[in-house]
Ligand binder design. Sequence first.
Ligand code: KG4
Ligand code: ZN
Length: 402
Amino acid sequence: MRILSIETSCDETAISLIETNGDFPTASYKILGNTLFSQINIHREFGGVFPALAKREHISTLIPLLRKTLTEASENNSDLAKALALNKKEDKAGLSPATKEKLAEILSHETAMLDEIFTFFQEFKTLPVDLIAVTEGPGLEPALWVGVNFAKALAYFYQIKAVGVDHMEGHILASIFSETDEKLLTLEFPSLALLVSGGHTEMILIENWSSYKKIGKTRDDAIGETFDKVARMLGLPYPGGPEISRLAKIAREKNLPSFVKLPKPMLHSGNFDFSFSGLKTAVLYSIKDKTLNEEEKQALARDFEETAISVLVGKLKTAILENSVNSVVVGGGVSANQFLRQEINNLKNLADFSFLEIHLPAKNLTTDNSLMIALAGHKRKDEAQSPSNFILTTKASGNKSL
Ligand code: KG4
Ligand code: ZN
């Protein structure tokens, strides 16, 4: 089965084409094409992701990216190359007015991509793909719609089934995907997922592949968002997570003295919820009316990073023991954080946690990507809808009981 996947939930536009062999979760997955365009440079001057701009960029990037994915896939698979080349040679007749009208209706909020998609469809009359998977949420509503409507247009024109998938489920699957084995690693149930990104901080208890239970979430800012805001206070560019991490590492290497003692919000709250806005405010107060030199910034970055991560790991430890889980899966953009990875790996050295299987995503799969959407699409393939009765829509705050 070939799956084409589309991700546009935030500031990354990504398209993959994979070939699956077998059933979820034991199937093998061959990556035929995998492309991504990051909008970070465009959003940097605004200090964060600007939804209207993200939408515009997704609109202008999707078709070039689809072309790139198909080219890459053709290089990796001669059958696919033949099928696509054949399509190209077919009659050059234009699309019928009825088809154009229908596409204009589907893409009524993405009219800027209409001419380009007409040209694409004229060139590629069929697409050798069995399923389209698209992120339906959670994410930025205007950005999500572009991907979903693009998926609808492709599904309608090529008469392919499509399925909306949950971005967070994608992050979970990305963390257990082994690119060398082209397989998902076995997840030892019950498992606990710690999902940490720019928009989310959640703990999800996975009893089995069809039962997710959210046992904790942030009550205010997400962890990635907090890194970004603290970075901004220190005059560092967006996205702030990697910047804070870089300064914190220097502070550790230099063994700089502490700049400020920060609170560890809700560490002992008796539940698994998080709150990071108090920590953010404490950082703000600590620098009020001060001009920090480089070493003070480095020390503060480290104090903040270590405090925030000790809350995450502290709560994770309690949740592991209380729920008798056998494994932990960490996913989302913040899982790129070296200090967090180290602290989580160090759990294995503690007698209480030596049994624990730990799954951290490969570095290239920590941030948003479309490979994870293809994997989630395979998991949800039976929920796919045929193009004649689409109810494909966006779910900005997520679904699939995650
Ligand atoms: O999952 P993701 O790519 O997008 C969302 O779905 O939000 O996560 C992006 C977030 C940003 O807040 C970014 O600052 C953070 O992940 N991030 C990091 C690191 N790398 C990215 N946070 C801390 N340390 C890092 N090394
Ligand atoms: Zn994400």
